[in-house]
Write a protein that binds this ligand. Structure first.
Ligand code: DC
Length: 230
């Protein structure tokens, strides 16, 4: 069967990664969470006291970037690759609200984006990949055979993230999450370098009212149609 590249973009907490993981599993493709890469870089900066709510020196961050090595290692049990920052699994740590609050600022820096994009393109060189993020269909894989743009209302997305974090035991308020979701939407869509926009040839899916299975069947059908086309 022909292998294609699948690019999934959209706002934060729209369930892009759930769709991407489902598709990758079903098609036996590699799944790459590009947001995890920006989050891991942010975590490194936090761990080295280079960034905080009141601290942001772009030049220092660019210099420190050289010391960061990111890798995805496949986890058999989970069925996808987990992210490693300088050989340490940080999959769980990068999901904290603190990282979420700082990551959009980090993702605005062009030098950081360049390094991430180069690595992402290398991972997709043989196709058979599903990658989710903000600029996958526009910048990373502009020639992807299937591009999806996922949306949902800010309230629905904040509720999803709230449930995810409280389930993990994090003590967070719904209002702080909603504020974070809206702030990130603003930064992601208005930044100069690679803002979040729908690629002209992307298929838009609003999943505010779609069930997981219903959504998956809809997308899987579209993917198969493209894969089976000569
Ligand atoms: O998908 P996520 O919420 O884990 O992404 C974290 C942040 O990283 C998000 O605020 C925007 C940024 N990001 C990006 O700029 N480009 C990508 N391809 C993926 C994520």
């Amino acid at each position: 069967m022909k292998k294609i590249t699948i690019a999934i973009d959209g706002f934060s907490s729209t369930g892009k990664s759930t769709i991407a993981k489902q598709l990758a599993k079903k098609l036996h493709y590699i799944y790459v969470d590009s947001g995890a890469m920006y989050r891991a870089v942010t975590l490194y900066f936090m761990q080295h006291d280079l960034i905080s709510k009141h601290k942001f020196n772009k030049n220092k961050l660019i210099i420190a970037l050289e010391k960061i090595e990111l890798k995805f290692k496949f986890n058999e049990k989970l069925g996808y690759g987990e992210i490693y920052l300088n050989n340490v699994n940080v999959e769980s740590k990068i999901r904290s609200l603190e990282v979420s609050n700082l990551v959009s600022k980090v993702a605005e820096v062009s030098e950081i984006r360049k390094k991430m994009v180069t690595q992402q393109q290398a991972m997709g060189i043989n196709k058979g990949i599903v990658m989710d993020g903000r600029d996958i269909g526009t910048v990373v894989f502009p020639k992807a055979e299937l591009k999806l743009f996922i949306t949902a209302s800010a309230d629905v997305r904040a509720k999803r993230r709230f449930d995810e974090l409280t389930k993990k035991g994090d003590k967070v308020s719904f209002d702080s999450i909603l504020k974070n979701v809206k702030e990130r939407d603003f930064i992601d869509t208005t930044r100069k370098d690679s803002p979040l926009i729908k690629a002209g040839d992307a298929i838009e899916i609003d999943n505010s009212k779609l069930g997981l299975e219903e959504q998956f069947q809809k997308i899987y059908k579209i993917a198969l149609k493209i894969i089976n086309k000569d």
